[in-house]
Structure formats: structure tokens, C-alpha cells
Design a protein around this ligand. Sequence first.
Ligand SMILES: [Fe+2]
Ligand SMILES: [Fe+2]
Length: 155
Amino acid sequence: MPRSELYSEMSVVEEEYSKRLAGLADETRNPAIKAVMLAVSTDSLKHSRLYRTLGELLSPSLPLIPEEQAERIAEEIKHHIETEAEMIRRVEELLKEEDLSRAERFILELILRDEKLHHAALRRIHEILVKRETLTESALWDMIWKDTAFHGAPG
Ligand SMILES: [Fe+2]
Ligand SMILES: [Fe+2]
């Protein structure tokens, strides 16, 4: 199967899976279980969009970002990188509390993993914008795989 077809098929699988899990979450009353189901559902929708993007990256005519726009976006992204760093500090602080329930700890750890990934992903995007790299030069692959492998590691 050509890779473009594979990506579009995987995008559809993720989207359908996401909807189905959201439906199941709707029937679930326990707030922690419901919230985690919805979080995985939202992530699957994100994966669906990322697979579609991977398909678009195979197209030979990718739009370039104009110089001034790249600078403005890079500048604005700095603010978001700082926000992510601040949220990481706050979650880490909360995780030191001794009276956390298991559900509380589980959800806080889930958020922390996401925040670390957001922080790393935005830093990578910032670097790409500053260096004027194109996103086809395997930068997106590096970003997704290296950061996911690192932050997704257990423990
Ligand atoms: Fe997924
Ligand atoms: Fe975040």
C-alpha cells in the first residue's frame, strides 16, 4: 500500500476510534474514568489530524511561510513555551503533595507527560521557524518520534 494511502487509512481508524470512545465515555459516570476516556479520545482525534498532515507532507508543493510571518509566529510561540514550562513546574509541585488519591495522582501524571511533550514540540517548532528549516526535512518525524519515545517511556 502506498504510504499516502496508509496515512489516510490510519487517519480514518483514529477518527472512528475517537468517536466510539467518546460515546463510551458518555455512558460512564465515574468522573476519573470518564475524563481519561475523553482524554484518550481527544488524543486519537489529534492522531487522526497528524496522520492527515503526514499525507500532506508527501505532496511535492508545500506552501512556504513568508519570512516576516515566521518571525512573528516564532516570537509568539516563545510565550507558549514559557506557559508550558510554568504548567510543568506547577504540576510537579502538586505531585509532591502527600495526600493525593490514586486517581488524582494518575491524572496529574497524565497531564505532566502531555505538558512535557507540548513543551518539547513547541521548542522544536520554534527552532524550525528560526532556522527556516522546511518541515519536510524529516523535522516533523524527529519531533513526533523522538519526543514521544522519550516522554512516553514508563516511570
Ligand atoms: Fe492513536
Ligand atoms: Fe500544555
